[in-house]
Ligand binder design. Structure first.
Ligand SMILES: Cc1ncc(COP(=O)(O)O)c(C=O)c1O
Length: 404
């Protein structure tokens, strides 16, 4: 079957592939511990579900305006004022089918063939493929374990130039959990301000999941960047609403109008009754968000402690999101490594490790190469403490056996 050439530009989502393989093994009756999926394990809070059910019962089941209902736009405007001290008008807001679709609309709206998009690595898997589908060229800035997987202003100066069209910021980060402090954000903003034609897109989807640091939005930090920054956020992670498919953005009205036009010729409006649930989520008391954050912080500490002190692993303690991203370059020196490489048939370090771990210990993690960092793997600790203890106990056995 002949398919379009654009398919050569992209790869299937590796996180979804790992989850599919883990589900296959589960279906065979294997006792899998899944650390692959990037989704909170909590149920959506009851008041949010109630609002959507009420909307359904009242017949709110028809098309809505493409970029979202006015009531939800107002709730988003209030959220941006309350949490980020950012003032937007309704024509500066778009609601889409998840943060992913909003990002997709954004890149289709601003990128021409060959335009350069600068992105720190490790990065969230979909940025690369979305940028490529839009015709852009990804330029990665590789961060290191030593720098806490963060960029310095010097990295910006070295890698961003007058020909860069978009800079992507994601803090707290998927996959590392790295979270810039307010001072670090101000320093990055100062470096980016020097490029007057540069657009900034800040993906704030993990904004509410930060541990021990304030999260400052780069548009809040910099008046100069504000008119050319698009702030993307969504309901999936903060409110445990991944399946509702609700994301949004605030930004310059010309870009938002272009994104609206693209959305109008693809998905049209996000689901009507999901939007009513989102109104309830954003307008109600925010205690449920904090309650989930506290649980995640406890799990982070548990998972971090269990993974620390394993020979050959360096574990970075993240300040946000719900991931750990150990560096495993040191494991390649283990006596059992060459044989593991043979058994898995893989060549890159993260894939050798994660394939072996899944096949031999029934623990699903995502190889670092999925995020542009070969010598690592990602675990999502958005699962119960019992699963964390069980799964990471198996990781310890797996690693110990490589050194035996
Ligand atoms: C960094 C980042 N951005 C955006 C998204 C998109 O989330 P959604 O489309 O569910 O809003 C995700 C989901 O995993 C993510 O990790």
């Amino acid at each position: 079957m002949q398919l379009a050439r654009r398919l050569e530009l992209i790869e299937p989502s590796p996180t979804l592939a790992i989850t599919a393989r883990a589900n296959e093994l589960k279906a065979e009756g294997k006792d899998i511990v899944g650390f692959g999926a990037g989704e909170p394990d909590f149920d959506t809070p009851a008041h949010i579900k109630a609002a959507a059910i009420e909307a359904l019962n009242k017949g709110f089941t028809k098309y809505t305006p493409v970029s979202g209902i006015p009531e939800l736009k107002q709730a988003i405007i209030t959220k941006f004022q309350r949490d980020n001290q950012l003032d937007f008008k309704p024509n500066q807001i778009i609601v889409g089918t998840g943060g992913k679709q909003v990002l997709y609309n954004f890149f289709l709206a601003v990128i021409n063939d060959g335009d350069e998009v600068v992105c720190p690595a490790p990065y969230w898997v979909s940025y690369k493929d979305i940028v490529r589908l839009a015709g852009g060229e990804m330029k990665l800035i590789h961060t290191t374990f030593e720098s806490g997987f963060k960029l310095s202003p010097h990295d910006i100066e070295k890698n961003v130039s007058a020909k860069t069209r978009v800079f992507i910021l994601n803090s707290p980060s998927n996959p590392t959990g790295a979270t810039y402090t307010p001072d670090e954000i101000r320093a990055l903003a100062a470096a980016l301000e020097k490029y007057p034609d540069l657009l900034v897109v800040t993906d704030d989807i993990y904004e509410k999941l930060a541990y021990g640091t304030d999260v400052l939005n780069i548009a809040t930090a910099s008046e100069k960047l504000r008119p050319r920054t698009v702030v993307v956020n969504g309901l999936s992670k903060a409110y445990s609403m991944t399946g509702w498919r609700l994301g949004y953005a605030g930004g310059p009205k010309e870009i938002i109008a272009a994104m609206d036009m693209i959305q109008g010729q693809s998905t049209s409006n996000p689901t009507s009754f999901s939007q009513k649930g989102a109104v309830a989520a954003l307008n109600a008391e925010q205690q449920c968000v904090e309650d989930m954050r506290v649980v995640f912080e406890k799990r982070r500490d548990l998972a971090f402690n269990l993974l620390s002190n394993l020979k050959g692993l360096r574990v970075f303690k993240p300040q946000g999101a719900f991931y750990l991203f150990p560096d495993i370059a040191g494991l390649t020196a283990a006596p059992g490594w060459p044989d593991l490489k043979k058994r898995t048939g893989e060549t890159d370090t993260g894939k050798i490790f994660s394939t072996g771990l899944l096949n031999e210990k029934l623990v699903a993690v995502v190889p670092g190469s999925a995020f542009g960092y070969e010598n690592g793997f990602r675990i999502s600790y958005a699962t119960s403490e019992a699963q964390i203890e069980k799964g990471l106990g198996r990781v310890r056995e797996f690693v110990d056996a490589l050194w035996a």
